[in-house]
Each structure stands twice: as C-alpha cells, then as structure tokens.
Design a protein around this ligand. Structure first.
Ligand code: KG4
Ligand code: ZN
Length: 405
C-alpha cells in the first residue's frame, strides 16, 4: 500500500523536459518544465537530435528542482512514473533511462504512462484540485471515487484523438472513438504559423493574433470524410495516424487538417501576402519573441493576414466542436474533457464552453500550464496504476507509436 502517496513523474516525449511530484493523483506538490522552444524555434519545428541532447542536459537538474520545490527526497516517494510513448524515440529514452535508474537505486516501483493518458489525467488532476479547494487532497474522498465516463478530446501538436474514457475497478480504460487521418490540429496551427512567417510553436501566435481579425472573411470548409477512400489499402501517413487504427471508426468522428494548411497557402499566394510573411520570418529568426501587446501584434500583420488567421482558427475550432459534440451525443456522454496543447487556445475554450452549456454537457479543461506537456499529468495518471500494482517491466523501452486503448 502507498505510504506517502507521492509519485515523481518524468516527461520527455517531445520538446519539454519535465518533472513533477503529485500526491495521490489529486494534488500537485511541484511541477517543473524546461522548455526547448528557444533551441527549436530557429528551425521552425522540433529537431529530434537536438531534443534528445537538450533532454540529456536538463533531466537531472529538472528532477532535482521538482524534488526541492516539493521539499521531499527520493526516500519519501512511493513510485516513479515515466512517459513510455508515444513521442520521439531518443527523447523518450532519456526520461525512461533516468527514471529506471532512479527507481532501481531507490528500490521504488517504476510505472509506465502513455503520454495521451497523461493529457487526459491533466484534466482529472485539475478537477480534483478544484474539488478539494486547495485542501489537502489526501483528506478528501479517494481520487477515483466519483469519476464518471467522459469523452476526451486530446488535441495537441502530435494528436487529435477522441477517446471514451471509462473508470473501471479503480483504473481507467480507453476506447478510441475518432482521430485525425493526417495532421494533428496543433500541427496545422504550427504549419500555418510557419508559412505566414510567425514563430514556433505557432499555436500561441495564431491564438494571440486571431482576435484582431474577422473570422468570416475566408470561408474555409471541411468536407465530410469518407473512410473507405482512406482505408483502401492506404497506410496512415503521419506519426499521429500510426498510433491508432482507423478501421471501424465512424467517419463522422474522423479529422483531417492537412487540406486547410494547403488552402491557407493558396490564399496567401493569391492575395500577395507572401512578401510580408517573408519579412516576418527574418524578424523572427533575429529576435524570437511572441507578440506581447496589442500594438505589437497589430504591427506584425496587416488586416488581410489577421483576417486569414482568424478565419483559419475559427474553422479548425468549428470542426473540432462539430465532431466532438456529435461523438458525445452518439455515445450518450454528458461529460467532455478537452486536453493537449491546443486546449490552451482562448477561442477554443470559449466556444466549447458556450456550446456545452447550451447542450447541458459538463466540460472541463486543464489549467493553461497543464494543457501543454508537463510531468504532473504523468504522475497523476500513474496513481491508479500504483494502487493496482501495475508496474513496468525491467526491460521497459520507448514506444514512439504507443497506442492508447
Ligand atoms: O501537448 P503539447 O504541448 O505537445 C504535444 O503533445 O504535441 O502541444 C503542443 C501543441 C503545438 O502544436 C502548439 O502550437 C499548440 O499545442 N498550442 C496551441 C496553443 N498553445 C499551444 N494551439 C493553439 N492555441 C494555443 N494557445
Ligand atoms: Zn503532449
């Protein structure tokens, strides 16, 4: 049985090295995230070799900082949890190898967590923290009591997946309901930002600029996906698509974001927005800094670019909403969890919240800090596994396309 309920979570699947201490899956005691944005920004995307090198540099100080901030030592822990996939193989291996070594040296069990399950537990962790009102979570009812089935939309740079999450004997089971066939929504944000000459990652830039544009200027649309066309002997094209099979999924819950990126590119070329986009690229390379003020944001982009950005964001969010609420209705689910980096988007939160209220559906998001990659979500997801004594084997390795279900 757990002694302290304290789990050290380690996350290194992409471009954040993170460590956190979470108590009983319900209270974040410390959470440290070392971002590699500055390293990758000049390349306009994550460079896997650089990511591994940066994780190697950061892992020891980040874990030490998480322990120090929590005022605990390794001897106080009940377990160590690491992200085992999906993600970049070299990046994942840094966290797994260090987690294994720490667990072995300190006679602690090691728990392997799927990164997507982590994102889902970021919302559950946040809900428990709110429910406990900051009171010591250990004194509230067990974190798994009161949990009910929910439709979870994991919308990040690598994934746009819909899962039915169901509590079962203290742990959770996940059924894939829908997913993207090509790019993830966050990837579309990043690619559009890149082609417009904005910085990396693109989501926060698009988010910051969209509110200054008219979302109804460019009528982007999403065609209904016909599964048969995509299934006819074709392998999924991206790493996101590889993490889950598409057979037997309802085509109404499938996403595709590669077309809108091409549509944005065509619009940019047709409307002569290319030259000023190039000017922004050189500015970004010289001095990477997202817009800080309304004036700076407006000075960066002329009105047609702002309208294009607003229209793109509006269309992507509209598509995410349409399919998520349709899936919830079809499954009879009255509870929706939205998580992953794109869940930090302001318009997404506002529109999903309004629609959920109109439909009488309960909707939850993580805090902004828990939306993007972090280790608190990994430690939180590990808690039910610790109770179930579901430990990783000594030969645990990275699984870059680990599926959740
Ligand atoms: O969950 P995350 O940190 O890493 C992955 O697991 O992929 O998500 C990163 C993604 C990036 O594509 C980034 O552009 C996007 O989340 N993102 C946003 C916002 N903040 C981050 N997208 C839209 N609006 C935002 N505010
Ligand atoms: Zn993530």
């Amino acid at each position: 049985m757990p002694r302290t309920g304290l789990i050290l979570g380690i996350e290194s699947s992409c471009d954040e090295t993170a460590a956190a201490i979470v108590e009983r899956g319900a209270r974040t005691v410390s959470s440290v995230v070392a971002s590699q944005i500055a390293t990758h920004a000049r390349y306009g995307g994550v460079v896997p070799e650089l990511a591994s090198r940066e994780h190697l540099r950061a892992i020891v100080p980040v874990v030490r900082a998480a322990l120090a901030e929590a005022h605990v030592s390794l001897a106080d822990l009940d377990a160590i949890a690491v992200t085992s996939g999906p993600g970049l193989a070299g990046a994942l291996l840094v966290g797994i190898t260090y987690g294994k070594a720490l667990a072995f040296a300190n006679h602690l069990p090691l728990i392997a967590v799927n990164h997507l399950e982590g994102h889902i537990h970021a919302v559950l962790l946040n809900e428990r923290e709110i429910a406990s009102g900051g009171v010591d979570a250990a004194s509230t009812a067990g974190p798994e009591t009161g949990d009910t089935s929910a439709l979870a939309l994991v919308v990040s740079g690598g994934h746009t997946h819909l899962y039915l999450a169901q509590p079962k004997n203290g742990t959770w089971s996940y059924t894939l309901v829908g997913r993207t066939l090509d790019d993830a929504a966050g990837e579309a944000f990043d690619k559009v930002a890149k082609l417009l000459g904005l910085g990396y990652p693109g989501g926060p830039w698009i988010d910051a600029l969209a509110r200054f544009g008219n979302p109804h200027v460019v009528p982007f649309s999403f065609a209904q996906i016909k599964t048969k066309v995509h299934l006819a002997g074709k392998a999924p094209r991206t790493k996101a698509a590889k993490t889950a099979p598409i057979a037997r999924l309802d085509p109404h819950f499938l996403f595709s974001f590669s077309g809108i990126k091409t549509a944005v590119l065509r619009y940019v070329e047709l409307h002569g927005l290319r030259a000023e986009a190039r000017a922004r690229v050189s500015r970004v390379l010289k001095d990477f800094r997202p817009p800080q003020t309304r004036e700076e944001a407006l000075a960066l982009c002329p009105q047609p670019t702002l309208d294009l950005i607003a229209s793109f964001q509006h269309a992507v969010i509209g598509d995410l909403m349409k399919k998520t609420f349709a899936a919830a209705e079809s499954l009879g689910t009255r509870r929706i969890l939205i998580t992953g980096g794109v869940a930090a988007n302001r318009e997404l939160r506002e529109r999903f919240t309004r629609e959920a209220a109109a439909r009488g559906v309960r909707i939850s998001f993580p805090t902004l800090a828990l939306s993007t990659d972090n280790a608190a979500m990994i430690a939180a997801a590990a808690w039910p596994r610790l109770l179930a004594q579901d430990f990783a084997p000594p030969e645990l390795s990275a699984d870059p396309s680990l599926a959740l279900s």
